[in-house]
Write a protein that binds this ligand. Structure first.
Ligand code: HEC
Length: 167
């Protein structure tokens, strides 16, 4: 065996040992970290005031059909450049894992077909903040526990020390 081939074998063995367990959940999590985490925070608590927290909040959008559709139609979601199947995985990870306690009982996972439909009708409003407010008020009317959606920062994040200074 040449030194080069030996190195290849050693590398392959090492990669096998450190590779994470395969599975949709793992790849959806890494896709979330890569494509969404920069804005929304790796754990769903965003650093920026104008980016809403997702942690224990985002599931509330499933309280209304309009809220459910809003999630798949958001520009940063709709245009994320992965297949419908992969995007459904990212959205389901976002809602059911990051959304934690906010997911309404009996909520169904998004299918690739549903995500495909939604992302082909992306939100086009120039004022997303105003559009979000309309969606959020309807969600709060259906699920009063969702009242935290009125502010972008969840209570847990608001209590954390400020991490940024606006200059
Ligand atoms: C460039 C920054 C950025 C990236 C990247 C991004 N988002 Fe967002 N996201 C935002 C902003 C800003 C809003 C608020 C939009 C609004 O006001 O309607 C938002 C809103 C949301 C919401 C609705 C939450 C709420 O309370 O309104 C969800 C769900 C969401 N994003 C999921 C994702 C997912 C999933 C990804 C990755 C595929 C992603 N986002 C990538 C900035 C980003």
């Amino acid at each position: 065996m040449t030194a080069g081939r030996r190195l290849c074998t050693v590398t392959a063995v090492a990669l096998t040992l450190i590779a994470p367990p395969a599975g949709a959940e793992v790849s959806a999590k890494s896709a979330f970290l890569e494509r969404c985490g920069g804005c929304h925070g790796l754990d769903g608590r965003s650093a920026a005031v104008l980016v809403p927290d997702l942690r224990d909040q985002v599931g509330y959008f499933l309280c209304t059909p309009q809220g459910r559709a809003y999630v798949g139609r958001l520009p940063n979601v709709a245009f994320s450049g992965v297949s419908d199947q992969a995007l459904a995985g990212i959205i389901n990870y976002t809602i059911f894992t990051v959304g934690g306690t906010s997911v309404p009982a009996g909520a169904k996972a998004y299918s690739a077909a549903e995500v495909g439909r939604l992302r082909r009708q992306p939100l086009t409003a120039t004022d997303l903040v105003a559009q979000r407010a309309v969606v959020a008020e309807a969600v709060i009317a259906a699920c009063p526990a969702a009242v935290g959606l009125r502010i972008y920062k969840s209570r847990s994040a608001a209590q954390a020390p400020a991490k940024e200074t606006i200059r």
